[in-house]
Design a protein around this ligand. Sequence first.
Ligand SMILES: [Zn+2]
Length: 335
Amino acid sequence: MLENLVIDGQTIKPGERKKIFLRIAALYDYTDISIPIEVIRGKVDGPILFISAAIHGDEINGVEIVKRVLKRVSVDKLKGTLIAIPIVNVFGFNNLSRYLPDRRDLNRSFPGQKNGSLASRLASIFMKEIVNKCTHGIDLHTGAVHRTNLPQIRACLDNATTKTLAKAFGVPVVIDSSLRDGSLREAARRKGIPMLLFEGGEALRFEESIIRSGVKGCISTMRSIGLLPKLKQTELKTEQKTFIANDSYWVRAPHSGSFLVNKHIGARVYKGDVLAKISDPFGESIHQVEADKDGIIIGMTKIPLVSCGDAMFHIATFTNTKKVRQAIELYDELI
Ligand SMILES: [Zn+2]
């Protein structure tokens, strides 16, 4: 049994539920800034999972996902510990911004340095106080401003444990995603901590279907690692199918202008399909935006204005696109 779990100098004993405000820095006016954390520790030992949101401060669907997960768990139900961090980048969250005040991207600043920039210090504290104490992690994201993503998991699938977690989360689409320098995922991997990244919806919105998808995924993952009890056979609904994309590509605007879309998020597309039509201010001089390969739209811009070369549609390719589309339809009905 892990004797003491200590975060920011505070001990969380078995069977305890505690809120911690992890101080990270001060504002110009000396106001202290802290990361809100809730730790729920079961009476029995088990895995230690962190669920974090808003590492990009404007990606807020995850904030609501964490709130709802917190309502679903209790000390009595857990075999192990949940560390919930609804808002990691508190600076960005308060400014409706992806970034920190020093204009750095927190998810490019891991593992950070104790004496580094503000972003680097925050990353370093987060690693030391949270990530290094965990056995598993889930980090919740959305698309950027004016971009939306199909609910999807991104993970390093060459790790067998991570692959099992990715399937357990239960969204139809999983992307075997390479690591970016300075990302939390890369830092966790170096520590040998399997981690999932959930992407869904767009920045600065609470989107009900995305939130439900994230909550369902977090709870399923907790069951799969034994943190929550497994469902009885009779309680299991239709088994969700998960498909790993072979690859993904972006379709870029062939011309500047304004456009109407023909295909939406989650749609199945064939090579040569017209995804959108860009036109001039008179509705003339039309340029078609076409799919390069068959696949599923997993991300797209929401603003109907483009400059030539702007990324418009993110399309994932699969061995059997038809089956993936069917799984998405089934999933949408369940959510
Ligand atoms: Zn993000």
